[in-house]
Design a protein around this ligand. Structure first.
Ligand SMILES: Cc1cc2nc3c(=O)[nH]c(=O)nc-3n(C[C@H](O)[C@H](O)[C@H](O)COP(=O)(O)OP(=O)(O)OC[C@H]3O[C@@H](n4cnc5c(N)ncnc54)[C@H](O)[C@@H]3O)c2cc1C
Length: 489
């Protein structure tokens, strides 16, 4: 391991001193004498490790479909470490990816070159009643615990369903409101005021909507293509103490969709999402509509009037509500080894205007295996006008005012390897996505495992493709950053 002290003190056989250009591999202190061509790395505040255990531990992600072992792992102690190592990698043509919590499922955050283990940069740097400044490796869970503990109880306006995800990771994909947000707030990227970014040349830049806006936009939902997000200033809003959730079950797509659309527009309802199940199960859809409150609970009769089914009502404290999915996933991880199961996830954005038609076509074709005993089918509404950043590629706004994320988050019943299952599910995803895009105007929510060609990426970015390409050339001219999605390959 190489730290500033270790580097100066030298001596350990495990110290990484630089890159052997001839052999294209990292060079340790023990080897340095005998290797003729290597460039010395600058001193670091953190450490660079190259032992096999450390590299193997970061060679896959939650999907377990793609394996790519890096040659070295940076555990950064500062933005300067990230800048120095990215600069070094750019000079020597070594690919670099940043790893948040590695909860994408198709190798998006893997690298055969250098991997930045960003969980080591996870401090809250400052908080006030309207904003927080954080290092990008912090999880939304840690941030929310901190802001909710203030006497004036604050929360990020949009929170993912699972909050053990890093701020840098979800801001790189968009960040939809899984349990908080979506009806009256945008994506998580819509609530970012400023970011500190290390570009692909190793330059450190601070940017916002008015300062270097091209870089600001290119990193928010930009899949790590133009820079490493290192620090972020985020909006905070007042949090209520409690959450009341109404759960409603449906068999019929039309009745379900009608109630979903009623609830997302209903005053007093703060959040709505839905689960979908393969045909043959008791219910095909289940809506969860939530209202936040301090002392006085909402009026159930008012909030649930004129719906097609009777709700079950549950109350929880705000944090218990926010961590519902975290607790379920933690339990699956402990009892089922969930993290190691194969997860060929399918995640798309649908325009409001084709949502029902798409469900009516796809849901009857699903089998229990398409979701699996530990997977989930999920639907998240987003008020379209509140999603304003250019690079998360949502469908174009339409007269409905809504866009919907649809997840078919398949989880295999057993750990892999199972190449036949993976091949079948990736082919399913490619086939379903092509149809969803071409016939229903869908775009990809790029967190899952849909095989994408160069043409698919161009279609995904549409009229933004040239701007994305320009930003890539400007901010990562050597093309070393985040090879996983294969966008500019
Ligand atoms: C159980 C579960 C529930 C989920 N629920 C939701 C939800 O409700 N809403 C939602 O939007 N998403 C949800 N997701 C998806 C999730 O938002 C994405 O997978 C997200 O990218 C995961 O964050 P991470 O820290 O694991 O990122 P990683 O998988 O580590 O990284 C994702 C991508 O971003 C890049 N990256 C990571 N950090 C940085 C950085 N600092 N700078 C530049 N690039 C970086 C990586 O290289 C990679 O390409 C869920 C995922 C799971 C597993």
């Amino acid at each position: 391991m190489l730290s500033r002290r270790g580097f100066l003190g030298a001596g350990s056989a495990a110290l990484v001193l630089g890159l052997d250009l001839a052999g294209s591999r990292w060079v340790t202190a023990a080897e340095a004498e005998s290797v003729p061509s290597f460039h010395r790395l600058p001193p670091l505040d953190g450490e660079l490790v190259l032992d096999d255990d450390a590299r193997t531990a970061v060679a896959t992600d939650l999907g377990n479909l793609v394996h790519r072992k890096p040659r070295a792992v940076l555990r950064p102690g500062s933005t300067a470490d990230i800048a120095a190592v990215v600069r070094f990698c750019a000079e020597h043509g070594v690919s670099v990816a940043t790893r948040g919590q590695a909860h994408t499922t198709n190798g998006q955050g893997l690298s055969a070159g250098l991997l930045i283990e960003n969980r080591h940069r996870a401090r809250v740097l400052s908080v006030n009643d309207t904003s927080a400044v954080v290092e990008s490796g912090i999880t939304w869970k840690e941030l929310t615990k901190t802001t909710f503990a203030r006497t004036d109880r604050r929360t990020p306006p949009t929170l993912t369903a699972y909050t053990g995800l890093s701020v840098g990771g979800t801001l790189s994909v968009g960040g939809i409101g899984g349990l908080v947000g979506g009806l009256r707030s945008g994506l998580q990227v819509d609530h970012v005021r400023e970011v500190e970014v290390v570009t692909g040349t190793g330059a450190v830049e601070r940017c916002s909507a008015t300062r270097k806006p091209d870089l600001f936009h290119a990193v928010l939902g930009g899949l790590g293509q133009c820079g490493v997000i290192t620090e972020v200033t985020l909006d905070l809003v007042p949090a209520k103490e409690n959450a009341r959730t109404y759960a409603l079950e449906y068999r019929d797509t039309a009745v379900f969709a009608r109630d979903l659309r009623t609830l997302v527009e209903r005053p007093g309802v703060d959040h709505v999402y839905a689960e979908l199940f393969p045909p043959g199960t008791d219910a095909t859809y289940k809506i969860y509509a939530t209202a936040f409150f301090d002392r006085t609970p909402p009026d159930d009769a008012t909030l649930t009037r004129d719906l097609g089914t009777t709700p079950q009502v549950t109350d929880a404290g705000y944090l218990d509500y926010v961590f519902t999915i975290d607790n379920a996933i933690d339990e699956l991880s402990e009892t089922m080894g969930w993290d190691r199961l194969l997860k060929p996830w399918y995640d798309i954005w649908l325009p409001g205007s084709t949502f029902e038609r798409y469900l009516a076509e796809v849901v009857p074709t699903l089998t229990p295996r398409d979701i699996g005993p530990y997977g989930a089918g999920l639907i998240y509404p987003q008020r379209r006008s509140l999603a304003t950043r250019p690079f998360p590629r949502l469908p174009k706004p339409d007269a409905t005012g809504w866009a919907f994320v649809l997840d078919i988050n398949t989880v295999a019943s057993q750990a892999g390897p199972d190449p036949a299952f993976v091949e079948e599910m990736l082919a399913r995803n490619a086939r379903m996505f092509a149809r969803a895009r071409d016939a229903f105007g869908a775009t990809l929510y790029p967190i899952g495992s849909v095989p994408f060609t160069a043409r698919d990426w161009r279609l995904q970015y549409g009229e933004r493709w040239q701007a994305f390409l320009d930003a890539k050339r400007r901010y990562d001219p050597k093309g070393v950053l985040t090879p996983g999605p294969g966008i500019f390959a």
